[in-house]
Design a protein around this ligand. Structure first.
Ligand code: SAM
Length: 424
């Protein structure tokens, strides 16, 4: 297999992890990555579910707690529940949290059916009026139509730029209709479907992952039909959750930062995560259309993300500081002797390749996390190839590190480790 490297650890108690990591390939080139809810919404830089599942199985037992501090669309959380583990996911993006929470929340099929029925009948009238602005005041003006006209987004510069007038009217109507859904779980399901159609309904160029304005954008299709179609697809995936043999009730998703985890010291059994690719995947930019409809400000989010504001000259330094903080937090919340798994690529930032694997190794060691074993995968998608191989790094928290600030104990720990190494 590609590039597996054993690391001699002082305790030698990582044998099962080392064997599990080095015996077979991590490529999963032909794996089905779409099972259950993994495909309810696009999300850049997703984990391959099989990689997350393998790491979770290697590092934990059923009932134990797995944490993903950069949970994104929630791949680690779905796979943890399927393996009977508890899980906590944290992400700063409200879009990520919406997708991840929806992915792991079962809803009875009967309820999903009534959601589709109700939204279809509310929105059906819109569909028939193809050539006229929808909900335009008429003698039989509906309550929804007058709400659309009064909605601040209807005359907002940003919304006017990104959506053609008739499309915008329909989108506002759909959004208002979703807002009327009382059950929060059902509202989330509908919001995921709504978010997933925004890109195609907008004036964004279709050929780029970035949301780039296309001043020659062709006339866009009205969104009601695509929304109802996507809703049907999302509902079908959500209804599969109930039938799956999984522990959904043990999963929690928090809107928050990896730099301040909402968890007690020494309470977590494994960290399984896939950190941001610095500026190579600008999450706030890619999700801008959805974030705006969720009431978030993509620019403000970009300032907070680890690796955000990708054009600024200090982006790598800021990334490093935030990433370091996450590693300290990971070390704080992890039980001594347990593991952190991180998969990183080497992204190109402002024209230069950043050795994220080397940065991870350097920072982790300083937070009391020792490398247990590492390996590589070539990666099969375009972006991963552009970033070269992906590095799979497994760290183990030093046994005696118990206090809330791992670095405070670190000089002692480092001395101890080097003593053990020099004896080998
Ligand atoms: C590579 S993606 C994770 C993808 C995830 N593994 C999946 O399968 O969908 C990295 C994530 O880190 C999030 N992020 C960046 N900085 C963060 C921070 N300081 N705290 C929490 N999340 C952050 C981004 O919003 C993004 O969702």
């Amino acid at each position: 297999m590609t590039g597996a490297r054993r690391v001699v650890t002082p305790s030698g108690s990582d044998d099962h992890v080392i064997n599990g990591v080095t015996t077979t390939s991590w490529e999963y080139a032909d794996a089905d990555t779409q099972h259950l809810t993994h495909n309810i919404h696009r999300y850049s830089g997703k984990f391959i579910p099989q990689i997350a599942a393998r790491a979770i199985s290697l590092l934990t037992k059923p009932g134990e707690l797995v944490v993903d501090p950069y949970c994104g669309s929630g791949t680690t959380l779905v796979e943890s529940a399927l393996l009977g583990r508890r899980a906590v996911g944290v992400d700063l993006s409200p879009l990520a949290v919406l997708i991840a929470r929806t992915k792991v929340t079962p809803v009875p099929t009967a309820k999903l059916d009534s959601l589709r029925r109700d939204l279809t009948s509310t929105l059906e009238n819109l569909k028939s009026n193809e050539d006229m602005p929808l909900f335009r005041a008429s003698s039989t003006e509906s309550a929804l139509s007058s709400q659309v006209q009064r909605d601040p987004r209807f005359n907002d510069k940003w919304f006017r730029k990104w959506f053609q007038p008739k499309v915008l009217e329909d989108l506002i109507a759909i959004d208002l209709a979703i807002g009327q859904v009382m059950d929060a779980r059902l509202q989330d399901v509908a919001r995921v479907a709504f978010s997933d159609i925004l890109r195609k309904s907008s004036n964004a160029h279709s050929g780029y992952p970035n949301v780039m304005f296309d001043k020659n954008a062709p006339k866009r299709a009205k969104p009601v039909k695509p929304f109802l179609k996507t809703l049907a697809r999302v509902c079908e995936m959500i209804s599969s959750l109930e039938k799956a043999d999984a522990r959904w009730e043990g999963v929690r998703v928090d809107l928050g930062s990896a730099t301040a985890l909402p968890l007690e010291d020494c309470s977590v059994d494994a960290i399984v995560s896939h950190p941001p690719y610095i500026g190579s995947i600008p999450y706030a930019e890619y999700g801008a259309l959805s974030l705006k409809w969720l009431g978030a400000d993509p620019k403000e989010l970009d300032k907070k993300l680890t690796g955000g504001r990708r054009q600024s000259p200090d982006v790598v330094e800021r990334f490093r500081a935030g990433y370091d903080r996450m590693l300290l937090e990971a070390s704080r919340v992890l039980r001594p002797g347990r593991h952190v798994f991180l998969m990183v690529g080497n992204p190109i930032v402002r024209g230069e390749t950043v050795d994220l694997a080397a940065m991870t190794l350097e920072l982790a060691e300083r937070t009391g996390l020792q490398l247990a074993v590492r390996t590589e995968r070539r990666g099969v998608n375009r972006r991963a190839n552009k970033m070269g191989a992906e590095h799979l790094l497994f760290f183990r928290k030093i046994e005696h590190l118990r206090r809330s600030d791992p670095r405070a104990e670190l000089s002692l720990a480092t001395t101890e480790v080097s003593e053990v190494r020099s004896r080998q």
